[in-house]
Structures are given as C-alpha cells and as structure tokens.
Ligand binder design. Structure first.
Ligand code: HEC
Ligand code: HEC
Ligand code: HEC
Ligand code: HEC
Ligand code: HEC
Ligand code: HEC
Ligand code: HEC
Length: 403
C-alpha cells in the first residue's frame, strides 16, 4: 500500500497506439527483460524508437523533434554513457512491457500510456514538467528543480540546476566537494564515480559525522594522526605529512584524501581494508605518474613537488621541517623554462610582474587555489601570453617574442 501511494500514477495520451500494436510472431521469452529495453526487434519497426533504442525519437506520431512531448528529453536520459550521472532506465519512468501484449503496455484499451515513476525517481509528471527526486529541489538551492520535458538545451542540467553547489545551509559552505563526498574528484567538481550520482543515495564520508576515528585519525579528520598503530608524530612514516596536506595553507590548496587514496564510503567498502593493514596510495589525475615507495617513505615522479615542468618531483613523506619556495622550483631563473633567467637575473623583474594572480611583489602567494593546480598562470600588467604558441604580445616592453 505504501509503495503504491508513493508511486505517482499518471496517464498520458498516446497518439495512434492501437494502429501500431502488431503481435510479434515469436513466442515471448520467459527471461526477465533487461532493464533498459535496449532495442527490441519489432518495437521500432512499427511504432516508436530507432534502430539503436526503443525510446522516442521516433515518437508514435513519427516526430523526431525534442519539442514534441512524445520525444522530449528521452535521448538525454536513456542509452547515453554519462560522465556525471548514473544510468536512467526506462523503468524509472515507465513500466516496461515484456512484449506488446504485456500488462502495462496495451493494457486497458484506453489508448493512454502510463508514466509510472520508480521509487528512485519518486516523481510527478503534469504533462509539461516533472517534479522528481532526480532533479533536486528549490530547498536544496536548485534553479530548475521542475524541468520542462521538451526543453532540451542543457540549461536545466547545469551544476546548479538541481541543487546548489554546494546546497545552502545547513549544508557546509565548502566548494571542495571531494572533502566529504568520496564520489568527487578533488578540487574541480567533476565525478570520479558518476554511477553514484543521482542514484538515490547521498554518498558522504562517514568521518564527517564522526565515525572512522576508532581505528585511525581523530575527531577532526579520519587521516592520521593517529595512525593504525597509534603513532601521532609527523615523523612517524605512517602519519607523515597528512596534516600538512589537509590543513589550510597560505600557499597551497587543501589536498583532499582522494588526491592520494581511493577513499572508502563505509568501513566495509571493498576499497578499504584488504587484510594487510597497509594503506593503498593511489594518486589522482594531477599526479598521473606519482609513485609512493613505502620502504623509503618517498613520493617520486610527482607533479606537485616538481618544478612545474613535468612529473619530476621527489619528496620524503615524513621528512621534518617546512617547505620553502625553492623546495620545489628555483626562484633565480636557473633551470626554469624559456626566458625566466633573462627576466629575473638580467632585468631584475619580480615574479609578480608576470604571475600577478598568484604571487605579490613581496613573494607571497596571494591565491593558493591557483598555485600547484596544474596550470601555469600568467598575468602581466600589460600584454598577453599565448600558452599554445608560447609567445608574449603587447607587453609594452618589447615586440611579440617567443618565451
Ligand atoms: C525521465 C523519464 C523517462 C524515461 C527514462 C523514459 N521515458 Fe518514455 N516517456 C516519458 C514521458 C514524460 C513521456 C511523455 C508522455 C506524454 O506523452 O505525456 C514518455 C513517452 C513515451 C512513449 C510514448 C511516445 C509518444 O509518441 O507519445 C514511449 C513509446 C516511451 N516513452 C518509451 C520509452 C522507452 C522505450 C524508454 C527507455 C528506453 C523510455 N521511454 C524512457 C518519460 C520517460
Ligand atoms: C565539509 C563536508 C562537505 C563538503 C565539502 C560538501 N558536502 Fe555535500 N554534504 C555533506 C553532508 C554531511 C551531507 C549529508 C547531509 C544530510 O544528510 O543531511 C551532504 C549532502 C549533500 C547533498 C544532498 C543533499 C540532500 O539533502 O539530498 C548534495 C546535493 C551535496 N551534498 C552537494 C555538495 C556539493 C555540490 C559540494 C561541493 C560544491 C558539497 N556537497 C560539498 C558534507 C559536505
Ligand atoms: C539532474 C539533476 C542534477 C544535476 C544537474 C547535478 N546533480 Fe548533483 N545530485 C543530484 C541529486 C538528486 C543528488 C542526491 C544524491 C544522489 O541521488 O546521488 C545529488 C548529489 C550530489 C552530490 C553528493 C554526493 C552524491 O553523489 O550523493 C554531489 C557532490 C553533487 N551532487 C555534485 C554535483 C555537481 C558537481 C554537479 C555538476 C557537475 C551536479 N551535482 C549536477 C542531482 C543533480
Ligand atoms: C598527499 C597524499 C596523501 C593525502 C592527501 C592523504 N594521504 Fe593517507 N596516506 C598517504 C601515504 C603516502 C600513506 C602511506 C604511509 C605508509 O604506509 O608508510 C598514507 C596512509 C594512510 C593511512 C594508513 C595509516 C597507517 O597506520 O598505516 C590512512 C588510514 C590514511 N592514509 C587515511 C587518509 C585519509 C582519511 C585522508 C584524508 C583526510 C588521507 N589519508 C590523505 C598519503 C596521503
Ligand atoms: C576497523 C578499523 C577501521 C575503521 C573503522 C576505518 N578504517 Fe580506514 N583503514 C583501516 C585499515 C586497517 C587501513 C589500511 C588499509 C588496508 O588494510 O588495506 C585503512 C586505510 C584507510 C585509508 C587509506 C586508503 C586505503 O583504503 O588503503 C583511508 C582513506 C581510510 N582508511 C578511510 C577510512 C574512512 C573514511 C573510514 C570511515 C568510513 C574508515 N577508514 C574507518 C581501518 C579502519
Ligand atoms: C610543493 C612544491 C612547491 C612549493 C613549496 C612552491 N611551489 Fe610554486 N609552483 C609549484 C608548481 C608545481 C608550480 C607549477 C604551476 C602550477 O601547477 O600551478 C608552481 C608555480 C609557481 C608560480 C607560477 C605561477 C603559477 O602558479 O602558475 C609561482 C610564481 C610560484 N610557484 C611561486 C612560489 C612561491 C613564491 C613559493 C613559496 C612561497 C612557492 N612557489 C612554493 C610547486 C611549488
Ligand atoms: C617575464 C615574465 C615572467 C617572470 C618575471 C616570471 N615568470 Fe614564471 N613563467 C612565465 C611564463 C611565460 C611561464 C609559462 C611557460 C610555459 O607555459 O611554457 C612561466 C612558468 C613558470 C613556472 C612553471 C615552470 C616553468 O619553468 O615554466 C614556474 C614554477 C614559474 N613560472 C615560477 C616563477 C617564479 C618563482 C618567478 C619569480 C622568481 C617567475 N616565474 C617569474 C613568465 C614569467
């Protein structure tokens, strides 16, 4: 009874359904239908869909236009591999018939198609717009929580369409989703696990609500200290530089767990304990070549600790002492790209004259988010740098020159 109440049963008109219903000559299979009704012989030939997919287009009246309600946003929901959401099945919006004669298809002779949303979608459809769990809500800060089915222009599926980024208070006001949502890439609001997005489950690192520290970490963070053996010193190899990476810094971004680990969602997650009590270190895309060697507690071929010219950094994970500017790259021009040496040593120019968004004249980092992010940030008082051609133009100092 509860289930039925939660389903929003709505009937909608379908044009010319009766004329279309021709029984297939084959005996219908007794196997359960695959959930997505990937093209079935017979469906598209006579009635709706194309060779690749049974969903409209083509609609029952032959329309191919997304502005036609029988077509609408079908193609953006089904049969597409998405980088940002879990697959949407026909069954999320319809009862999929096993054959043309199955209940739910040619059912009650009323020439109407049923749109019966699944529990996951928990939605209502009024013939024009949908209100659904999939498209978030205004309370979550979504700008288009009731999308128009026939408006297929991308404007209703931007990051802020369904929920704020992030949602408003009481949700934490923090842009780096990966800190608490293990499904996200660190820092850039893309998905490392799109299958877990819009699947009806909010994926949150339980340590955020204080759960994981029974074995490692503290009330503040699930990262060591303390490590699995109870060590708390940063010079202890398994504690190492965790705090340095997690803590806010004047010169670098906060580095989330996902930059170096596949973070488990629960203690029982298959990504978590495999029985050896040794943490798996797996760097994200900013450090594609990064390697951690446990025997020497060393990270090598690291981008982050390199000189900005490739995956060439090496650093000891538990070495004492703070990093200085020259720990990673020179500041005297030598060993730096192009005409650094000429400008720094000969012309006595300051870094800030060409890297004005990152550093100031006192050599202080002024925007930690732009430093060690995989991009060379060039901002001069006058002129532009063409990164592809490696040329500077209109600087007011000289003609267009190659760096
Ligand atoms: C996101 C929800 C959603 C999904 C997923 C979905 N549909 Fe639909 N479908 C609709 C809506 C809304 C309509 C329009 C109903 C109306 O005419 O008012 C519709 C209409 C139809 C129609 C009637 C078309 C016409 O010309 O009137 C067919 C056939 C259909 N869908 C088949 C499918 C198949 C097959 C799939 C999976 C491959 C699918 N749908 C997936 C929402 C969906
Ligand atoms: C500091 C931790 C933290 C950060 C950072 C964070 N979230 Fe969350 N988020 C949470 C927690 C905790 C919940 C679960 C809240 C609940 O269950 O009520 C949540 C829930 C959500 C939900 C589901 C809300 C609902 O009630 O259905 C969305 C959507 C979401 N977050 C989006 C984001 C986005 C987008 C970002 C990054 C721009 C982000 N979050 C960053 C902690 C965080
Ligand atoms: C079509 C609507 C829609 C769009 C567009 C959308 N989200 Fe979501 N998002 C949701 C829903 C619904 C949830 C609730 C949890 C779930 O079902 O996975 C969610 C949850 C989240 C969460 C919480 C973790 C999780 O997956 O449970 C994060 C983080 C998040 N979204 C980030 C983003 C970002 C970043 C973008 C833009 C690239 C985005 N979302 C675009 C609907 C959307
Ligand atoms: C900059 C990379 C980096 C980041 C960021 C990072 N870790 Fe680690 N982590 C490591 C390395 C390297 C080790 C392995 C130490 C060893 O085995 O010698 C490790 C080990 C661990 C261990 C095992 C400790 C032990 O006793 O063996 C846990 C637990 C852990 N990390 C959790 C986390 C959590 C949770 C976060 C985020 C809050 C995080 N880490 C962030 C690099 C990182
Ligand atoms: C029962 C003890 C225990 C609990 C509770 C626990 N962990 Fe762990 N954790 C471990 C062990 C042991 C390792 C070392 C990895 C191994 O053995 O393969 C580890 C390793 C990790 C790592 C390093 C990456 C990896 O998987 O190797 C991260 C990140 C991590 N845990 C996060 C968490 C989070 C988040 C929670 C809460 C959801 C949590 N842990 C709860 C015991 C625990
Ligand atoms: C942990 C290594 C590391 C340390 C320490 C470090 N840098 Fe960098 N820096 C980099 C990398 C890597 C780049 C390459 C550009 C990028 O990825 O943002 C860079 C780029 C720069 C740039 C070019 C602008 C840009 O970000 O693209 C300036 C200027 C700079 N660093 C100044 C400094 C100053 C000043 C300090 C000391 C306060 C410092 N750096 C400390 C790694 C480091
Ligand atoms: C005359 C302009 C200019 C000055 C002055 C300058 N840079 Fe650069 N810097 C550049 C340009 C242009 C690039 C981009 C090179 C590329 O992408 O090929 C760059 C790139 C970098 C990089 C990336 C690695 C590399 O060698 O290309 C670092 C790190 C960096 N600068 C640091 C600094 C620091 C630190 C200072 C001051 C000590 C400084 N730069 C002064 C123009 C300048």
């Amino acid at each position: 009874m509860g289930n039925i109440a939660k389903r929003n049963l709505l009937t909608v008109g379908m044009v010319g359904l009766v004329a279309c219903l021709v029984d297939t000559p084959d005996t219908p299979s007794t196997d359960p239908r695959p959930p997505n009704a990937d093209r079935q012989t017979g469906c598209a030939i006579m009635c709706h869909g194309l060779d690749t997919n049974n969903a409209p287009p083509r609609s029952l009246n032959g329309s191919m236009a997304t502005t036609s309600v029988g077509v609408g946003a079908h193609a953006t929901h089904v049969g597409v591999a998405s980088t940002w959401h879990a697959p949407v099945l026909c069954a999320d919006c319809h009862v999929v018939p096993a054959s043309v004669n199955a209940p739910g298809h040619k059912d009650d002779g009323d020439n109407k198609a049923e749109v019966i949303f699944s529990m996951k979608a928990a939605a209502t459809w009024n013939g024009t717009t949908c209100q659904s769990a999939c498209h978030g809500s205004a309370e979550l800060g979504g700008s288009a929580p009731n999308p128009i089915w026939t408006q297929v222009d991308g404007t209703q599926v931007t990051c802020g369409s369904c929920h704020g980024k992030p949602p408003p208070a009481p949700h934490p006001d923090d842009q780096n989703c990966a800190k608490c949502h293990p499904t996200m890439e660190n820092g850039n609001q893309t998905f490392r696990d799109p299958m877990s997005h819009i699947n009806g489950v909010v994926d949150v690192d339980p340590s955020v609500s204080g759960g994981c520290s029974s074995c490692h970490g503290s009330a503040a963070s699930s990262a060591p200290p303390k490590d699995l053996a109870g060590n708390t010193a940063n010079t202890s190899p398994r504690v190492g530089a965790h705090e340095k990476h997690a803590g806010a810094s004047t010169w670098h971004r906060e580095i989330a767990c996902t930059s170096c680990h596949l973070v488990p969602v629960t203690d029982g997650d298959s990504r978590h304990r495999d029985g050896d009590n040794i943490a798996e270190v797996k760097f994200d895309q900013l450090n594609p070549a990064g390697v951690f060697t446990r025997a020497t507690s060393t990270c090598s071929t690291s981008y982050c600790h390199g000189n900005g010219r490739g995956n060439n950094g090496t650093v000891v994970w538990n070495a004492p002492g703070a990093k200085t500017c020259t720990s990673c790259h020179p500041t005297n021009g030598s060993g730096m790209s192009g005409r650094h040496r000429k400008h720094i040593s000969d012309e006595r120019m300051k870094c800030s004259e060409c890297h004005g968004t990152v550093v100031n004249a006192q050599q202080m980092i002024i925007n930690a988010n732009l430093h060690i992010n995989g991009v060379h940030e060039i901002k001069m008082a006058n002129g532009t740098f063409d990164a592809a051609a490696r040329t500077c133009a209109n600087t007011g100092c000289h003609e267009t020159e190659r760096w």
